[in-house]
Design a protein around this ligand. Sequence first.
Ligand code: NAD
Length: 509
Amino acid sequence: MNIATKKVDVTKEAAALLEKMGVAKELYTGGDMPSYSPVTGEKIAALKTVSAAEAAAKIDQAHEAFKAWRLVPAPKRGELIRLLGEELRAFKADLGRLVSIEAGKITSEGLGEVQEMIDICDFAVGLSRQLYGLTIATERPGHRMMETWHPLGVVGVISAFNFPVAVWSWNTALALVCGNSVVWKPSEKTPLTALASQAIFERALARFGDAPEGLSQVLIGDRTVGEVLVDNPKVPLVSATGSTRMGRDVGPRLAKRFARAILELGGNNAGIVCPSADLDMALRAIAFGAMGTAGQRCTTMRRLFVHESVYDQLVPRLKKAYGSVSVGNPLETTALVGPLVDKAAFDGMQKAIAEAKSHGGTVTGGERVELGYDNGYYAKPALVEMPKQAGPVLEETFAPILYVMKYSDFDAVVADHNAVAAGLSSSIFTRDMQESERFLAVDGSDCGIANVNIGTSGAEIGGAFGGEKETGGGRESGSDSWKAYMRRATNTVNYSKALPLAQGVSFDI
Ligand code: NAD
């Protein structure tokens, strides 16, 4: 079912939202960088970009801010993030709507993204009183050994279009309570939501009072601005979210100057449906995981292995769901699937489908859905039954394509599951405890996220988020991810009157 719509004035609505959130008009009018809404394909703003020299000056300012901010007690730093959480609650509907306009997310997902920002603020406030080090047993009498955690400096954040604001908040809430400053290079496809997030942050700063100037900054620009951040020696950590192609460039550049990297890159996530699975539950989880966000989540389910004994029960039902899912304008309808981000994404989807066909794939869906917008690219999600895992199945295509394959042997399907370059998210649907445990065991899923009886997408902030292999190995958000934003010092204190050396070494002079 395609939901037809009347034409919306996305430009006007975006401007009204930006004004309400406190973004100065000159920041997004008359500039050199366009922003488009995928909803209609229209240009909705023209932002001013920063030059390399201006970016370097902002990094310098953030470095100065760090030097003052690190001296503020961590629980007081948490107070700033508590205020940020309050401001985000107040502007949840507005920022969520702007996310829908600029990234094309359906209403509940736009709001969900802001909720994720609120959740990480709550987490970081608690964390600000829990930046614990250890006390460690020492082999020397009259000594004490301990660990202390110190902030790093300026944390660079590079983000992708598909989570235009949540990724910034995951990094920023943690980085700031840890005592760092932040410089953010948002995606050139979603700069307005970045300006809005910054304006909301500045409201929190104004209420906080005495934070140093330039504590959190935004650099508007394309990848060349990102490169300035990556190469600047005053940025000891860069957290970069985006394609594996981007990570392949950013990773070695950071390594060359011994800077730290948190790389959150592409995924090629799979689900396995076992003979004992609750098929109703699996169907719903797969539908959301594969079609939600129009297949534009890093954790989108892209591959599905179904046991031969349940294939004919599940796959026809899945195809039916693909045939009936609503595709439409997310601003005016309750459609479950919104637009692809741009024409390149649509073309990439068509190319992958054609390649899949040449590898023996049978396709349901995948065609363009015409809603009357020349430059708005809507597509029916595609379910492609494949004889085996080959060709485009082995790569991430950032669009709603689910490759479905039959399996018969558990060990073989786990091997197939792991036989791709990315290692972000994975799931198994089973009521057999041995199967679920084997999937989670050392020789099971090789991903950073491995789930049982839920889909691959929709992670909560409480866990560490990230993946292995070509996904980059970074971890963000909950658990002990905060440690990546700090440096650890091991301190040994001698409170005795002697100087015993470790390992019994003697050095008497
Ligand atoms: P992209 O790689 O095109 O761009 C991401 C960001 O990196 C942008 O801000 C861009 O300007 C910047 N960039 C690109 N090349 C750069 C370079 N050489 N140096 C510095 N900065 C550079 O990605 P995209 O199309 O915006 O997002 C989609 C991709 O992001 C998908 O592959 C998706 O799986 C991935 N993603 C991963 C995660 C995760 O947590 N693992 C989350 C969201 C998205």
